[in-house]
Design a protein around this ligand. Structure first.
Ligand code: GLA
Length: 388
């Protein structure tokens, strides 16, 4: 992949001068969905698939951007002296956002650069292509300008860019695991304190598969932001009624059940229920994995999907079809949608010896019911950003 991006760089920006190539992974979340902006726990891992960028420093104040995913847009030039969001930013809003967020933290950058982005991560399907792009950019700037920001600061800068520049009120999960991911482990993160632990993914005869629904997501950003507001409403009501909590993640299931009558609006109650129960499920799932109890882990995945479908209402026909099709197969111990939802991907844990049959059958069922072809691939757990 590195060679492909570097060749493209030479073709678009010429062969003169020194350039450097960097990588940042995508991520897949194993469990703990829509808990990160509720002060709960998440359990994602970084992928070996991700975004690559080749970069050469410039002497002026222009940043020239090119993406192999948007070749029709050509080179887009951003001036370091004009980092305001505009309607026409398109894919470059993530980069501009990071340029803006970094200069808010360390002051204006001294000069610009030429950069080409490419890679092998499917984009816009719930594997965090946007956070991969943002973190990669923050990492490149940190390295190029010797800013000495640590991984957590890079994650927070990337999140700030998405929240305040791009306008998605996402939590910290994606940026955090992308900056800190470690091979063969998943990252168990408490999003309220940012304490984390690497947990080995020891699946023995099983593998995690990703099934891409190929369903184009629409309006997912505004639906995402609405879910977040609904959770904030629930939290506010609990607090007004005297509960001493900072986030929904502070509540146990029992405390939620005792107090849920305070949430008179059924929709708000369902959203809060998901946030609380999913957080508890994530803790149980991590314990199950540590005890090599994969069956329990699989059961919790299914419960998570049910809750995302019925209480949080972020699943869709395509994701439900993939999960149902997966669960009908031999050698499967769990399946759920992953990421924000409204399209994107589902995951499943499948016995190694049954993977071929699984892929064949799930593809067939999915095509018959949803009229899309699904791409199914085995998760390989990678590590955080680095120079390649
Ligand atoms: C998106 C967001 C994350 C998280 C997930 C849902 O990936 O970027 O912060 O909220 O959705 O778990």
């Amino acid at each position: 992949m590195k060679e492909i991006v570097e060749e493209k760089f030479k073709e678009i920006f010429g062969t003169e001068g020194r350039f450097k190539t960097y990588f940042a992974p995508g991520r897949v979340n194993l469990i703990g969905e829509h808990t990160d902006y509720n002060g709960g726990h998440v359990f994602p891992c970084a992928l070996t698939l991700g975004t690559y960028a080749t970069v050469r420093q410039r002497e002026d104040r222009n940043v020239n951007l090119y993406s192999t995913n948007f070749e029709d847009k050509g080179i887009i030039t951003v001036s370091l002296d004009n980092l305001k969001a505009t309607e026409s930013d398109g894919w470059t809003k993530y980069i501009k956002g990071v340029l803006w967020a970094i200069s808010e933290k360390v002051g204006p950058l001294e000069h610009g650069f030429d950069v080409i982005y490419g890679g092998n991560l499917p984009i816009g399907v719930g594997l965090s292509s946007s956070a991969s792009l943002s973190v990669l950019t923050a990492y490149i700037i940190n390295d190029s300008f010797k800013l000495k920001l640590d991984a957590t600061e890079l994650a927070l800068i990337s999140k700030k860019a998405e929240n305040e520049f791009v306008g998605i009120n996402c939590g910290i999960m994606d940026q955090f695991v992308i900056t800190k991911g470690k091979e063969n482990t998943a990252l168990y993160l408490n999003t309220a304190t940012l304490e984390y632990e690497y947990v080995p993914i020891n699946l023995e005869n099983y593998r995690i598969l990703i099934m891409n629904s190929k369903k184009k997501r629409s309006l997912e950003n505004s639906k995402y932001n609405i879910r977040r507001t609904e959770c904030e409403t629930a939290l506010e009501i609990f607090k007004q009624n005297g509960l001493k909590i900072h986030t929904l993640g502070d509540l146990t299931k029992e405390q939620f059940e005792e107090n849920k009558h305070l949430l008179e609006d059924e929709i708000i109650r369902k959203r809060a229920k998901h946030a609380v129960y999913e957080n508890e499920r994530t803790k149980e799932a991590v314990d199950a994995l540590k005890n090599n109890d994969l069956i329990k882990f699989g059961e919790l995945m299914l419960e998570s999907h049910k809750s995302l479908k019925e209480d949080y209402e972020v699943s869709c026909l395509e994701l439900d079809t993939l999960v149902d099709a997966a669960m009908q197969q031999e050698g499967v111990i769990g399946a759920r949608m992953t990421g924000a939802g409204f399209g994107g991907c589902a995951i499943s844990i499948v016995k190694k010896s049954k993977i071929d049959k699984f892929m064949q059958n799930v593809r067939k069922i999915y095509k018959e019911n949803c009229d899309y072809y699904t791409d199914i691939f085995i998760v390989e757990v990678g590590s955080g950003p680095h120079i390649v």
